[in-house]
Design a protein around this ligand. Structure first.
Ligand SMILES: CSC[C@H]1O[C@H](OP(=O)(O)O)[C@H](O)[C@@H]1O
Length: 390
């Protein structure tokens, strides 16, 4: 077994304090940004200083935890009873849910935390403001360890599946992944990248390929950073190289994350995922979606109903990186764009910038969760995730 290097930490939390690694500044600068309240939580999520479906939910919940802890500590009189606390929490959760629309984890967490708070506020013996505050803090804080535990299980289940379904045989695999699904998208270890970590830890990974993942470059800036940091054998490819890679290299599987999986298995994930699934099908390569069960939205029957975030076109026409020969970055401190942003497109051109696309279930080989691997029944083109999660 390969010695596990410490994985990067996107989120630093202790009661009363939250910091997030500013991912707009990676891989060139490691800067942690304080998140003292829900408004800043909304900001760091919306500007993608922190991103990744699980991380979005966790940072939203913990930004409210810090907000609630400091507000209650500073002025207990502002919270005369349990109802005043639950109203504060519900209002802030409603606001945090407006930060980004596609990743269902944020909405699942908000719903679950609201239920916990409502139960605490109506419990007997009669609830107090403090008892409801503590109920929220405990539930929000538990998300950190739970996410890491889920990701370790996803890694184990996914690695077993990929080794068992390697189209090239043998006990070592080469895989391709898209976007960033590692410690920078979660509380730690990661989902699709967690599978890669598990394979590497057990000496079953001969090589990992990652796409740059235009336009935000989660692959070249974040996944490549994680892989290099942990000395996992890896190669960066342009998004446009994926089909040529599958044609010329013995790729055992394509592994991706998910922002929202519909009940039938249709999956919304980073833009570019759909075309990877198409080329995987063409080349007979297993296409594996890795996500915690909190990314599965049983309320949505098919991918047609998944809201797809469209982001500002500036993210397409401006490239991110370090200006060569510069002191590093564009000189703006704490801006909402990555360091060294340069304009790379003809001024005046129109831009379409959907942040996600939907991969239909019939192109997906398996949905790997912390509970195990869901596959389609023989002859079926869709998954039955409701039964799988029952
Ligand atoms: C485990 S992260 C899941 C998912 O989130 C990423 O999107 P974004 O970077 O815009 O937050 C990407 O789609 C990942 O696959």
């Amino acid at each position: 077994m390969t010695q596990q290097a410490p994985t990067l930490q996107a989120i630093k939390y202790e009661r009363g304090s939250l910091q997030v690694l500013d991912q707009l500044r990676l891989p060139f600068e490691t800067v942690y940004k304080d998140v003292p309240n829900s408004q800043q939580g909304h900001h760091v999520i919306q500007t993608m200083k922190v991103r990744g479906a699980p991380a979005i939910a966790i940072v939203a919940a913990l930004s409210l935890a810090v907000d609630l802890h400091s507000s209650f500590s500073a002025s207990p009189a502002s919270f005369p009873d349990a109802t005043s606390v639950s109203t504060f929490i519900t209002t802030k959760l409603t606001y945090l849910k407006t930060s980004r629309p596609t990743a269902v984890n944020l909405f699942e967490a908000a719903g679950r935390l609201s239920s916990i708070v409502a139960a605490a506020a109506t419990s007997s013996p009669p609830a107090t403001a403090e008892s409801v505050v503590n109920a929220y803090l405990s539930a929000a804080e538990a998300m950190l360890d739970r996410d890491i535990e889920d990701n370790k299980n996803i890694g184990r289940h996914g690695a077993e599946f990929i080794l068992r379904h390697n189209p090239h045989g043998g006990d070592m695999v080469q895989v391709l992944t898209h976007c960033n699904t590692g410690s920078l998208a979660t509380a730690g270890w990661g989902t699709a990248l967690g599978i890669i970590r598990d394979l590497h830890t057990h000496n079953k990974l001969s090589h990992a390929f990652c796409t740059e993942t235009r336009p935000y470059n989660q692959g070249s800036r974040l996944t490549a950073y994680e892989l290099v940091y942990e000395q996992i054998p890896a190669t960066l490819v342009c998004d446009s190289m994926a089909s040529a890679l599958l044609k010329t290299k013995k790729i055992s599987a394509i592994i991706v994350g998910a922002d929202r999986v519909a009940r039938n298995g249709d999956t919304a994930n980073k833009i570019g995922t759909y075309q990877l699934a198409i080329t995987a099908k063409f080349h007979g390569v297993p296409f594996v979606v890795a996500a915690p069960s909190t990314s599965i939205d049983l309320q949505i029957l098919t991918g047609d109903d998944i809201p797809i975030e469209e982001r500002n076109g500036v993210e397409v026409v401006q490239n991110r990186g370090r200006l060569m020969g510069s002191a590093g970055g564009d000189g703006r401190e704490g801006g909402d764009v990555p360091m060294g942003t340069v304009h790379v497109a003809a001024p005046g051109i129109g831009v379409w910038n959907p942040a996600f696309d939907v991969t239909p279930a019939h192109l997906i080989s398996a949905v790997v969760t912390e509970r195990g691997v869901c596959v389609k029944k023989a002859g079926q083109n869709v998954f039955d995730l409701k039964s799988f999660l029952a």
